[in-house]
Design a protein around this ligand. Structure first.
Ligand SMILES: *Cc1c(COP(=O)(O)O)cnc(C)c1O
Length: 468
């Protein structure tokens, strides 16, 4: 080891000295163990840097103390935090999918702040089931004979496949072997469930006779999957739900449909194509159907399962149901969200309210926001944009509406976008055609003026960081 490195290493301060320097910088009474551990961590990092040659000077004691305080400050804030979504992407897995209604949040507060009747029948005092709280309303809203809820839709599909077709074959059209969001692949879920995949047809064409020919003593179920995030167009052919229902009945096999998004009512925006509701799919005669709680339904993360009583019971009794069970917070939020649908208060659900926003409302809000953004060097105009569904069924679907476009000459837009993302609270915008776009469809009106403040502040932060 070179003697200059030895000298540098000797120059690293002792923990006690840094401790004193930290105390001199703050009035806060920080836990001693926490501060000491952070100092040790940073000194160890410096030592590693010096040894590898990445670092050639030891920082001043004061600089080190400040860095320790900065890290402790960051660590005192939760990592998961609020983001204002001005990207116009309605359902973004990276941004937590559907925001919850106030009523759902209040219900979580009610149920989770203390104890609850999660699994007790308060009338008899006997053990109850968490499914009982939600089954009745799920059935009333959809006409299903039975229903249950698990952790998420991937879990619902896994449970249904495992409980109904373990050790057997599930027949599915090649055109439906989808991968959703990189981690949910139907073939892999099937493998995990011990179900043998029997692919039929080609990617673009599957006929009823393909199903008929594949059915044999080894068949456990027929599976239909909603191809959420891609669409095969052109020379295509798929078998209708009615044909599959008839075939499943004739062969006495269960037909499972993974619907992906769960739609309880037609969506409140004329730009959106018709998508079957859960009730319609139930009525089509499918034996079992699964969907997500936090996609088009606008509720919490959950996997909803609807269908024939006998099959739902089989799923409930399966050991996997315990591993995939939903927690009381999600159950409370789902219950409250479903009650909004039941009362016809759909527009209290944020996702549906966002979808229902009129062009006129968005233009007016964008204009008002533009008027607040009198920042020298920033040109603001209102442009035609489109919000995107983002997830669930029809993710690529565009919902026309205006956006505020910021054009900045003195600054890279990436820097401005980064400053907005790291602001408090964070704002996520979109960059398109050399403009920073703020689409207000996914923003609550009460947050418009906050966005104006944050844009002004972030502009200054971005300029300062560009100079550095
Ligand atoms: C989104 C989706 C899933 C996964 O649902 P999660 O609730 O994210 O687990 C499964 N199948 C389809 C068709 C989907 O669209």
């Amino acid at each position: 080891m070179g003697s200059d490195i030895q000298d540098l290493l000797r120059g690293l301060p002792a923990v006690d000295r840094v401790l004193l320097a930290v105390s001199a910088l703050t009035q806060a009474d920080l836990p001693h163990d926490l501060v000491t551990a952070e100092i040790q961590r940073q000194i160890a990092e410096l030592r590693k840097g010096l040894l590898s040659g990445e670092l050639t000077v030891v920082p001043a004691l004061d600089t080190l103390a400040r860095s320790v305080l900065d890290h402790l400050h960051q660590a005192s804030h939760p990592s998961l935090k609020r983001v204002i979504n001005a990207s116009g992407i309605l359902l973004h897995t990276n941004l937590g999918r559907a925001p919850l209604a106030t009523e759902a949040l209040e219900q979580i507060q009610q149920v989770a702040a203390g104890y609850s009747n999660l699994e007790i029948d308060l009338e008899t005092g006997r053990r109850g089931s968490r499914h009982d709280h939600i089954e009745e309303i799920l059935c009333r809203l959809t006409g299903a004979e039975a229903a249950m809820v698990v952790n998420n839709n991937a879990g619902a599909v896994l449970l249904a496949l495992t409980a109904l077709a373990r050790g057997k074959e599930a027949i599915v059209s090649r055109g439906e072997l989808v991968e959703i969001g990189g981690s949910f692949r139907i073939p892999e879920v099937m493998e995990a469930g011990g179900v043998v995949l029997r692919e039929i047809g080609s990617s673009n064409r599957t006929h009823l006779r393909d199903y008929q020919q594949a059915i044999g003593p080894q068949t456990g179920l027929l599976l239909k999957v909603h191809t959420s995030n891609y669409r095969i167009i052109g020379f295509t052919s798929s078998v209708t739900a009615a044909e599959l229902v008839a075939l499943a009945q004739e062969k006495n096999l269960p037909l499972l449909e993974d619907l992906g998004s769960g739609l309880l009512r037609p969506l409140p925006n004329a730009a959106l194509p018709e998508e079957p509701t859960i009730a319609e799919v139930v009525a089509s005669g499918v034996d079992l159907l699964t969907c997500s709680g936090d996609k088009l339904l606008g509720g919490p993360q959950a996997g909803l399962i609807f269908g024939r009583r006998e099959l739902v019971e089989k799923l409930r009794r399966h050991p996997l149901a315990r591993a995939l069970r939903t927690d009381k917070l999600s159950l409370a939020a789902l219950d409250a969200t479903l009650r909004l649908y039941q009362q016809g208060d759909d527009l209290k659900i944020p996702l549906l309210r966002f979808l229902a926003r009129s062009q006129q409302e968005l233009v007016e809000r964008s204009r008002a926001l533009a008027a607040c953004l009198d920042v020298p060097g920033v040109q603001v105009e209102i442009v035609e944009d489109a919000a995107m569904m983002g997830g669930g069924a029809m993710p690529e679907l565009q919902i026309p509406g205006p956006a505020l476009a910021l054009h900045v000459e003195t600054l890279s837009l990436d820097r401005l976008a980064a400053a907005l993302r790291t602001a408090e609270p964070s704002v996520v915008a979109r960059i398109h055609n050399d403009r920073l776009l703020l689409n207000l469809r996914t923003v609550e009106p009460a947050e418009d003026s906050l966005i104006a403040e944050l844009v002004k502040k972030s502009f200054q932060v971005a300029i300062a960081s560009e100079k550095r």
